[in-house]
Design a protein around this ligand. Structure first.
Ligand code: ARG
Length: 431
């Protein structure tokens, strides 16, 4: 068929074809739209995944600030020098709840982590209070710091509670993490973790940060004894750990849950053994160890509280012994710190004929079960036996000293009684 004038039929077709091309463009447009939308969704998903991944990988960044201010309506007294005095603790509670109130009522309530009074000084007979605050945020450091400072300045200016704060004395600065954590973890006998289930039979693996005062005394990097951190530069342990080697140079100390992966280590400057310890007698089995340089406290390295000489751990009360000692007499040693829950046994019971028949001295303390089962063992020596007071603070009750084998019936563990040697510890360490 020749091409010329379109036939009627063709004419008739033409608009039909046109009609067909119109929906074609629309479909193409829809198609391109879909593709673009698809790409957009993919890009957004990628960005979101990237952000989530980076948050998961890096988490929120902690920020620490140091603030100080004067309080004009409380008179200074020397009790504020001791962070464990009732005065210090009451003041700390007041300041912490004030700061909590400020941030819980602000847009940064979810970023606020904690705060603690770290020092109290005196100015003209009144208080100058230093406090460290911890936050966590994804925000940029400078912006975040600015927001915190603004909130604090504003709220402290308007504060009308029981503390009469002098707003003109307010100072604010950021502080680096290890230094801030050191200040935040300075309290004795506290821990930041709440351990999970504690159904102890023989002994159980401890958790990270559960017994932050536990140290391992090592000779040529081999674990020999346990020890307890009682300040940032002093440990208390058993005298018998040094029978063979008493030169500090032969020893080092490691901290943390695992022996093969310590949190930190220190060498030793000085070992002071009780002057009346005479091997093989078990009396006065106590020594203090001075670290070559102080440790920085952290959530996993903290000190235990030393009880006053007059403090009593009631018979039958719960205590916990911890260490890397063998799992049974002549058994193997674990890499992970072990804990054993047990009871204080009074000296009278412990001295009875069927138990230790009179060899338990007033400077000793028994703990365990007369049925056996849970006990310290070889390699736990020098380590802590701790008990909790009514407020949940952990105090050092005993130092692993000796026992007839391990976990035998009627042969509980015998510990150096810390309250009995409290003044001796003070005389050597000033603590
Ligand atoms: N003397 C042992 C040591 O050097 C500790 C003994 C503790 N024994 C006991 N049954 N509680 O590691």
């Amino acid at each position: 068929m020749a091409r010329g004038q379109p036939s009627r039929r063709e004419e008739a077709w033409a608009p039909l074809q046109n009609r067909r091309t119109e929906p074609n463009t629309k479909m193409k447009l829809i198609k391109y739209g879909k593709i673009t939308l698809g790409i957009l969704i993919m890009v957004i998903t990628a960005v979101v995944i990237g952000l989530i991944a980076s948050f998961v990988a890096y988490g929120k960044t902690p920020f620490y600030y140091h603030i100080s201010f004067k309080v004009n309506n409380i008179d200074y007294n020397s009790k504020f020098k001791k962070p464990y005095s009732q005065e210090y603790m009451d003041l700390n509670n007041k300041i912490v709840s004030l700061i909590e109130e400020i941030f819980h009522g602000s847009k940064l309530r979810r970023q606020y982590v904690k705060s603690h009074v770290v020092q109290v000084n005196q100015v003209k007979g009144k208080l100058l209070i230093h406090t460290v605050l911890k936050f966590k945020s994804y925000l940029n450091a400078a912006k975040f710091q600015n927001r915190i400072e603004t909130i604090l300045r504003e709220k402290l200016k308007d504060e009308t509670g029981p503390l009469c704060i002098d707003p003109s004395s307010f100072t604010f600065s950021d502080i680096i993490m290890p230094e801030a954590e050191n200040l935040l973890n300075i309290c004795c006998g506290q821990r930041t973790i709440t351990p999970s289930g504690n159904k102890i039979a023989g002994g159980l693996d401890a958790e990270e940060g559960e017994w932050p005062w536990q140290a391992s005394l090592q000779e040529n990097s081999v674990h020999r004894c346990g020890a307890t951190l009682i300040s940032n530069s002093w440990l208390v342990t058993a005298a018998h750990c040094f029978i063979r080697v008493s030169d500090p140079q032969g020893w080092n100390v490691s901290f943390g849950l695992l022996l093969n992966d310590p949190q930190t280590q220190r060498s030793i400057k000085d070992i002071i053994i009780h002057e009346n310890y005479h091997y093989p007698a078990h009396d006065n089995d106590i020594a203090v160890v001075h670290l070559s340089s102080p440790v920085l406290y952290s959530s996993n390295i903290r000190r235990a509280c030393l009880p006053e000489a007059t403090y009593t751990f009631p018979p039958n009360s719960d205590v916990v012994v911890t260490g890397w000692g063998t799992l049974k007499a002549d058994g193997t040693s674990p890499n992970i710190l072990q804990k054993g829950l047990m009871k204080i046994i009074d000296n009278k019971t412990c001295n009875s004929g069927k138990v230790y028949g009179g060899v338990i001295k007033p400077g000793m303390l028994c703990a365990g079960y007369l049925e056996g089962h849970v006990d310290a063992c070889q390699g736990d020596s020098g380590g802590p036996l701790v008990g909790k007071d009514s407020k949940g603070t952990w105090f050092l009750a005993g130092i692993v000293s000796w026992g007839d084998e391990c976990a035998l019936r009627n042969k509980p563990g015998v510990y150096t009684r810390v309250t009995y040697y409290r003044d001796w510890i003070m005389s050597k360490t000033g603590l």
